[in-house]
Ligand binder design. Structure first.
Ligand code: FMN
Length: 151
């Protein structure tokens, strides 16, 4: 069964709601095994074991969350030779910007040769009630793509 890994940093009720929406969408596809991990708990083996990845992070101080960067720092060299072409999607919760985080993640994932299946979603500014639905659709689309083998 294809494995979809969601790595999401959850420092607030809003970011938890977003990640749970992604997971709900992904788990609606029963032929794919989907799980949610904090970047703090993510080990290289979790990435090695997955067939697709959704990464969610906040922007803090113009960059991805330290937790997300720490995950990359610990996992980068352990996975680089093994996960080239990994299909992935990114969403960024940013109070007012998001550009620095998008650029940095783009640079790191380009180095890893991961394959973005869509442009990073930047959820910028005041909370919008449409976001959970959009992220549920992201999780579901990613899982359907893995099930169908189109990624
Ligand atoms: C220390 C700190 C630094 C932050 N820096 C940025 C920033 O540089 N750019 C930005 O867009 N948002 C920034 N934010 C806002 C966070 O992205 C936002 O609080 C987080 O995504 C959670 O959003 P929520 O209010 O929907 O829970 C910062 C928040 C904190 C606590």
């Amino acid at each position: 069964m294809p494995q979809l890994l969601i790595i999401a940093h959850l420092p607030s009720d809003n970011t938890r709601a977003l990640a749970e929406s992604v997971l709900r969408g992904a788990q609606s596809v029963e032929a794919v095994s989907s799980r949610l991990l904090s970047p703090f708990d993510t080990q290289p083996q979790d990435i090695l074991d997955c067939d697709g990845l959704i990464l969610g992070t906040t922007e803090n101080l113009g960059y991805m969350a330290g937790a997300t960067k720490d995950m990359f720092d610990r996992c980068y060299y352990a996975v680089i030779e093994h996960k080239q072409g990994l299909p992935m999607a990114v969403y960024i919760r940013a109070g007012h910007d998001g550009t620095g985080t998008r650029r940095a993640i783009d640079s790191i994932t380009t180095g890893l040769r991961w394959r973005a299946v869509q442009e990073a979603m930047v959820l910028r500014g005041a909370w919008q009630d449409a976001w959970p639905q959009e992220l549920e659709e992201l999780g579901q689309a990613m899982a359907y793509g893995l099930e169908a083998g189109i990624f």
